[in-house]
Design a protein around this ligand. Structure first.
Ligand code: NAD
Ligand code: USQ
Length: 426
């Protein structure tokens, strides 16, 4: 009998490959999700470029191909009674908590989306902490935070804590945070709550401040098309590198926001699998709130766009870059030096972003190029100062009309589908 690990957010981009990865390693995996993300896609007319089957289909296919069982559990972390019963039933050794609203632009659409993001993320995380404390106090909470919690300070970023000397006295305190969005702020609140939980209850916790993840292929997703994970490319859910690869494939300019000096930490999805596994295999002590910066390389946007341009040029394909007005409020030229040695010290062997990885991303995108909606791809629909714009309004209002005619069950159970393509036909 293996050790039980609950993967929360298992229907998501990281969660599904994570569930398979741990299952292959011999863990008894319980995959949890409330399918909220499929609903948010319906709401905004967005979709995964790579079609993704339902959770039922995914776990069935995984079992058929490997003989391994992933238990699928539909559950909302904001439903504290259901979460409490879940923890009492499974008493997992570790919980990998990925189940949050993860888009910065989504959180900046308007008051409603900021509130929904913070309530979903902060309340879900608090419910989980209480359920762990009451039902499985020895359980190790492995929580996905984000590098964007720190912002871009003009000093080196440490791994979670900073030793400060002030007026002749010295202390080691949580690193000061200047986050990028209401979404990133929700992660800061989670980090504070987790830190407090380790102090008052002796909870074990690892807070993984992750950079931007890229790539779609792991050992397990490549087994069968039904095991693929999602690929977001629109301006709400698609991260810059995904968007650049898809824009280039569609023959459109890559949209670098502003000057393009914005620097972030990045890592391959295979390294995300490895980092989370390392955290589980080397658990935090009771009462310890460990913070690891989870990324392997840092790039600015101009460098990322140049890398895509060069990879395509090697194939003889032309690619252009457009510096568009920045819809976000952020520094476009700044110092950035974030430490990230703790996971390497535990044994992480990074896959760096090279041409072969970019080639595989470009190839994957090429296979689905006919599914691209150019409006969703190209036009930012959220501005940090003014919120959702006319692009957001157009897709969201169409979505409401269509939702009125669809049953909610068919919406969440259906595979992500090109709603935008349907909209264009209307
Ligand atoms: P995703 O949106 O693809 O997946 C998140 C999943 O969580 C979705 O399937 C969603 O339905 C589920 N979920 C949300 N709220 C829930 C709730 N209340 N109860 C149950 N399920 C819920 O996101 P992702 O890219 O896989 O990211 C996973 C985690 O990693 C997030 O916490 C995100 O903030 C963090 N992260 C992601 C990246 C990245 O580049 N993708 C980088 C840093 C940190
Ligand atoms: N950007 C562009 N062009 C685009 C899209 C984005 O220049 O077409 C810029 C943004 O302005 C920003 C940078 O790229 O400066 C990063 O934006 P992003 O959309 O790639 O990623 P971000 O919003 O930071 O969020 C993503 C995930 C989030 C995670 C975060 C890690 O969606 O869940 O927390 O990466 S981090 O950036 O380290 O905080």
């Amino acid at each position: 009998m293996g050790k039980t690990v609950a993967v929360l957010g298992a229907d998501g981009y990281i969660g599904w490959p994570m569930a398979m990865h741990l299952s292959r390693l011999g863990y008894d995996v319980v995959a949890v999700d409330n399918l909220a993300r499929r609903g948010w896609d319906e709401e905004g007319g967005t979709y995964s470029l790579v079609p993704i089957p339902t959770m039922e289909q995914r776990v069935d296919r995984w079992h058929e191909l490997t003989g391994n069982t992933i238990i699928w559990h539909h559950l909302d972390l904001c439903d504290h009674k259901a979460l409490d019963a879940f923890m009492a039933e499974f008493v997992p050794e570790a919980v990998v908590h990925l189940a949050e609203q993860r888009s910065a632009p989504f959180s900046m659409i308007d008051r409603d989306h900021a509130v929904r993001t913070q309530v979903n993320n902060i309340v879900g995380n608090l419910n989980l902490m209480f359920a762990i404390n009451e039902r499985a106090p020895d359980c190790h909470l492995v929580k996905l935070g984000t590098m964007g919690e720190y912002g871009c300070p003009n000093i080196d970023i440490e791994e979670g804590y900073l030793t400060i000397e002030h007026n002749g006295r010295t202390d080691t305190l949580p690193y000061p945070k200047v986050p990028h969005s209401f979404y990133h702020l929700s992660k800061v609140a989670d980090s504070q709550n987790i830190h407090f939980g380790t102090r008052i209850w002796g909870m074990r916790a690892t807070d993984l401040n992750q950079g931007v993840v890229y790539g779609n292929q792991t050992q397990d997703t490549m087994l069968h098309p039904d095991l693929m994970t999602r690929l977001d490319f629109d301006s709400i859910w698609g991260t810059a590198l995904n968007r650049f690869c898809v824009q280039a494939a569609a023959g459109l300019p890559m949209t670098v926001y502003g000057q393009g000096g914005q620097t972030r930490g990045y890592l391959d999805i295979r390294d995300t699998m490895a980092c989370i596994t390392l955290a589980i295999e080397h658990p935090a002590e009771r009462g310890q709130c460990r913070v690891f910066n989870q990324f392997t390389e840092q790039f600015n946007l101009n460098e990322l766009a140049d890398m895509v341009l060069r990879a395509r040029k090697a194939r003889g394909w032309e690619t252009t870059i457009a510096h568009v007005p920045n819809p976000r409020v952020e520094s476009e030229s700044h110092y950035y030096n974030a430490k990230h040695s703790a996971l390497v010290d535990l044994g992480l062997q990074p896959h760096l972003l090279d041409e072969s990885l970019l080639e595989s991303m470009i190839e994957l995108v090429e296979q689905h190029v006919d599914q691209i909606d150019p409006v969703l791809l190209q036009q930012p629909s959220v501005n940090w100062r003014t919120g959702g714009n006319e692009v957001w309004d157009a897709y969201a209002s169409q979505s409401q009309v269509m939702a009125a005619t669809d049953s909610i069950d068919s919406l969440v159970a259906s595979q992500a589908r090109p709603r935008a393509a349907q909209l264009q036909q209307d």
